[in-house]
Design a protein around this ligand. Structure first.
Ligand SMILES: *Cc1c(COP(=O)(O)O)cnc(C)c1O
Length: 226
């Protein structure tokens, strides 16, 4: 077995184990392997092991990779990084799930493009868990006001909230904030139950706090080589 296959198997098992410890159904937790900084061959090998959901954070890197793996059946590309409005058309050409919806101008660009394509997409509202506006994301206090705008976008299904826990403190603090935000979002959009949270170093805690979409890179993919 390759080292990649071993790491992948170990993380899939760790997710199932933590879900069971947290009395959660592992089937409701989706693993998205973040393939950034790795070439299409990594996507091919993981696909051969059964992985179908992949995440990318930069359009310049994601688009060629998606094109080079177009022959693989049933692949879902998740766009997880900050998305500039002028990249929306490109991103929506290969990705149907945007994890980083965080401002009205981005909503308008997505709406325009979906109407033009006459197609559907889904996405998460990203929360900013820091005081730094440059990090992207909606401040938790502004979530509902933004969500009211997001529900107006025809063809876009809001799945829930997304967040990146701060590195300099216990991730459980941020996962608790995300869980509370999820609860309040569901008051407005009852179907928006999903939570995109948890990365290599904190996915176990994220599972404890209800994450449904884990975005995991390095512990599976290994050292970045692009
Ligand atoms: C890179 C990235 C990840 C994965 O990070 P790892 O620490 O490598 O698991 C998850 N989410 C986003 C938004 C990312 O940019």
């Amino acid at each position: 077995m390759s080292e990649l296959a071993e790491r992948y198997g170990a993380i899939v098992a760790a997710i199932a184990e933590r879900a069971s410890q947290a009395s959660r159904d592992a089937a409701e937790i989706q693993l998205i392997v973040v393939s950034k900084n790795h070439g299409p061959e990594l996507v091919r090998e993981l696909h051969s092991l059964g992985q179908r959901d992949f995440g990318e954070n930069r359009d310049q890197e994601a688009k060629p990779k998606a094109e080079q793996t177009q022959d693989l059946p049933d692949v879902n590309w998740h766009f997880v990084g900050q998305l500039q409005s002028n990249k929306v058309r490109s991103a929506l050409s290969y990705s149907r799930i945007i994890h980083s919806i965080d401002r009205p101008s981005l909503l308008s660009s997505i709406q325009k493009e979906l109407v033009l394509q006459n197609s559907l997409a889904s996405g998460f509202i990203q929360l900013n868990l820091t005081d730094d506006p440059g990090r992207g994301g909606v401040q938790p206090k502004d979530l509902l006001e933004f969500a009211e705008k997001a529900v107006e976008v025809s063809n876009l299904e809001i799945l829930g909230v997304m967040g990146v826990a701060a590195l300099d403190r216990d991730p459980r603090i941020d996962f608790e904030t995300i869980a509370a935000a999820s609860q309040s979002l569901r008051g407005l959009i009852p179907s928006a139950k999903s939570i995109s949270a948890g990365m290599s170093h904190d996915f176990k805690e994220a599972i404890d706090f209800g994450a449904t979409h884990l975005r995991i890179g390095t512990v599976i993919t290994g050292k970045r080589n692009l």
